[in-house]
Design a protein around this ligand. Sequence first.
Ligand SMILES: Cc1cc2nc3c(=O)[nH]c(=O)nc-3n(C[C@H](O)[C@H](O)[C@H](O)COP(=O)(O)O)c2cc1C
Length: 120
Amino acid sequence: MENIDTTPWLERLRDTLSDSQFDLFYGAPVLVLIYGNKNIATYVNDCSMVALNLMLTARDKDIGSCWMGFAAGTANKPEIKKELEVPEEYELVAPVILGYQDGPPGVGEREEPEIVKWLK
Ligand SMILES: Cc1cc2nc3c(=O)[nH]c(=O)nc-3n(C[C@H](O)[C@H](O)[C@H](O)COP(=O)(O)O)c2cc1C
């Protein structure tokens, strides 16, 4: 909640995030925090690939997953990194929850893709 006033895209989630009953992690028992070393040029790409591989492997084992952008602000706080013994130069890229799902995931409405330009 403390980031909501400085993060415009969170505004549409204000009601949800303000609800004390809302479980940010949907009851998942595991949160994997994937940090990357900022001194490596490709750390965001590398960590994103780790997250994707983790999520695909979980899916293969009937384990659900969700990239938890909401957790990024907190897990990047110096005091949290210190507690987790994460070196200063590491930044959280991908927080991913894992757990057995209550049921099959719903399928949301699909928007038409925006084609910027076809190159011939
Ligand atoms: C960078 C990133 C951050 C996300 N953060 C959250 C989150 O904090 N909470 C959440 O419920 N879903 C989060 N998601 C999942 C999305 O809401 C969405 O379910 C997912 O990208 C699947 O997209 P689809 O609904 O188009 O299939 C995140 C996804 C991405 C790529």
